[in-house]
Design a protein around this ligand. Sequence first.
Ligand code: SF4
Length: 63
Amino acid sequence: MKSTVDERRCVGHVRCHALAPQVYPLDEQGYAAPGERAVPAGREAAAERGAAACPEGAISLHR
Ligand code: SF4
């Protein structure tokens, strides 16, 4: 599974990071680090919870 954070939509609620810090690290501005990255093994459910918690729809998951 891979996750993508759309930096054009992310406004820095950090809900994703609160639920899944290993999946959604923060950048130096305190926003979810943008772009695509692999979801660590065993963190798929957390990745889905974090994506669902984003009020901006900034996170997409794909296999
Ligand atoms: S919850 Fe959404 S808007 Fe907030 S930091 Fe995460 S990706 Fe960005």
